[in-house]
Design a protein around this ligand. Sequence first.
Ligand code: NAD
Ligand code: 3PG
Length: 629
Amino acid sequence: MNNTYYIIDFDSTFTKVEGLDELANIALAGSANQEKVVAQIRSLTEQGMNGEITFSEALSRRIELLKANRSHINQLVDFLYTQVSESFQRNEKFLREFSDHILIVSGGFKEFIVPIVTSMGLKEENVYANTFVFDAEDNIIGVDQDNVLAHEKGKVKLLSSLKLDGDVYAIGDGYTDYELRASGLANRFYAFTENVKREKVTANADHIVPSLDEFLYLNKLPRSQSYPKSRIKVLLLENVHSVAIEAFKREGFDVETHKGAMDEEELSEKIKGVSILGLRSKTNLTKKVLENADKLITVGAFCIGTNQIDLKTCTEKGIAVFNAPYSNTRSVVELAIGEMILLIRNVFTKSNQMHAGKWDKSANNSFEVRGKKLGLIGYGHIGTQLSVIGEALGMEVYFYDIVDKMPIGNAKKCRSLEEVLRVSDVVSMHIDGRKENTNVFGKREFEMMKDGVIFMNLARGHVVEVPALVEAIKSGKVAGAGVDVFPYEPKTNSEPFENELRGLPNVILTPHIGGSTEEAQEGIGLYVPERLLEYMNNGSTTGSVNFPEVQLPLLRDSHRLLHIHQNVPGILAKINNIFAKHHINIIGQYLKTNETIGYVIMDISKGYTNEFIQEIKDIDETIRFRMLY
Ligand SMILES: NC(=O)c1ccc[n+]([C@@H]2O[C@H](COP(=O)([O-])OP(=O)(O)OC[C@H]3O[C@@H](n4cnc5c(N)ncnc54)[C@H](O)[C@@H]3O)[C@@H](O)[C@H]2O)c1
Ligand SMILES: O=C(O)[C@H](O)COP(=O)(O)O
C-alpha cells in the first residue's frame, strides 16, 4: 500500500446527484411551489460549486429553503443507494482495499453520506462532512456551526487540521475541491467530470478525469477496467436510439453522436481514433474510410443490412462487425402488408383524388388480397414473416430464394425466379443488398410478370432498375408499386429527394422507413450495443457477420488474450510454443476460424512478463491483439 491519501468529494462525484437538491425534491414533493424552490436550491448549489457565492452563504440559504425532516433523509438515503456514480460502482474493490487511505471530504451531510459510502467499504471515521441541526419534531432547522466544513474554505481548514503524512490527491467536481490544491495541501487535483463538468473547475485541474477508472489508470491503482473506457471513443451515426447511447455512456465510454450519415470524406476524418462505430443503412464504410480507421475494433450496423460495409476489408483488418438481424423484421412486414392492401384497392390514388377535390366512388381496379398469389423474392427473416401473415390473410404464397429454404405453412417453393413471377398477383422483394444483387430486377423480370401486378421493394434500392420499373408502371404492366428504398437516398432529412418514380400514379413512396418504428429502433438500440459490449468486454463474437462465432465464458480471476491472425496453418503451434517457452499455464483456450482469419482466445493466470506478450504480438501473421482483465 502506498502512502497516498485520496480525498474524495461526495455530491456529484461519489454519487451522480447533489444530495441537498434531491432532499428538497423529496421534502417538497407534491407542494405547489416544488419546482420553483428546487430550482432556487439548484441554482444556489451551482453558484457555490462555481465559487460565485461563498460556500457558507450557499449552504445556509439552501437549508432555509429546504423544509425537510428526518424521514425525508431516510428517503434520500434509499434514493442515493441507486445514484452511486457508475465508475464508483465498478471500482468498489479499490474503495474497500484502500479504505484506510480514502477520505470523503464534503460540504454535504453525514446523515446521508455515511450510509452510502460505508455500504461500499469506506470507513465512517474517514467521512468528514456537515451535520444537520434538528428541532424536537425532527425538522431540519440548521447546520452545526462548530464544524469547519460549514464555513468558507471549510475543506481547506479541515485538511490542514488533519496533518496527513503523505501525498494527497483530491478528486471532485467543485471549486472547493480545487481549493485544496490551490492551498498547497493537495499535491494534485483531479476534476471529476463523469456527472458534471464545470469550466472553472476543469480549467484549474492537474487532470480531468471522466471516470474513477481514469484516475485509477493514471495512478496505476487496482481497477475494474484494464484500459479506462473513458479513453475509448464511440461514434454513433444516423440518429441511433437513445437507449444505445445510454448503454455506452453507462459503461463509461467517450460517446459522440451524429444525427445524419457521413460521406466518405467526412467519415475518413472522423473515424480516426474511433474504436467503436455505430451506423445504419446510409453510411458507407468503404475501404478508404477503413484505411484511416487507426483504432477501430468493432462496428455495429444498427439495422439488418450490412451491404453498406466493406466486410472483406473489415475482416482483413480484424474488425468485428455486428448487426441487428431481426429487430425490425416485423416493422417491415407490417408496412409491406399495409401497402399491399392499399395498392390492390387503389386507395392511394383515390386518396390523392380526394385531396384534389375529386369524388370517385367505384369498384373498378379494386380487389381483395384474399385468394391472391403473393410472390416473395428472398425467403429470409422478412420473407418468411410475410409468408405467415400473407397466408393468414388468405393469400397463396410462392417464393424463390437462391438458398434452399423450408416452406413455412402452405407456402410453395419455386425452383426459379421466373416461376414466381409468372404466377404472382403481388411481387415483394426481400433479398439482401449484396453487390451481386445489383439490378437483379430489370426489364426482363417485369416482362415475366402478370399484367396489372402489384410490385413492392422494401429491400434495397439498387436491386431494382428504377427506369425499368418506371416503364412497367407507365405501360400498365405494374398497376401499383410500393417503394421504400432507392439507389441513391438523401443523407439527411434536409436533402431533397430526387427520383424518376416521383409523380407516378398508384405508387407509394416512403423514405426508407420499413424498419423505422419506435419498437424496432428501441429493439435495435438494445440489441446491437449488447453484442458490441460483449465483444469489447469479453471477446465473444456471437452474431458477428464477419468473424468466427465464439461464445466465451465470463472472465474470472484470469487475464484473457485475444489474438486475431491470418488463417494460415501453424499459428496455434507458434502461440503454444511461446506459452511453453515462458512456462505460462493456459486456463482456457478457444479457437475458431473462417476462411480469412483465425480467432484464438486464451485465458491465463496473472503471472506473465511483457516479453511474453510482445512475442505473441510479434507473430508474423498477427492482425490484432487485445488483452482483457
Ligand atoms: N426497408 C427497410 O427499412 C428494411 C428494413 C430491414 C431490412 N431491409 C432489407 O431487407 C433485406 C432482407 O432482410 P432479411 O432480414 O429478410 O434478410 P435475410 O438475410 O434473412 O434474407 C434475405 C434472403 O434473400 C435471399 N437472397 C439473396 N439474394 C437473392 C436473390 N438474388 N434471389 C433470391 N433470393 C436471394 C437470401 O438467401 C436470404 O434467404 C435486408 O438485407 C435489408 O437490405 C430493409
Ligand atoms: O437494413 C435495414 O435494417 C433497413 O434498411 C433499415 O435501415 P435504417 O436503419 O437505415 O432505417
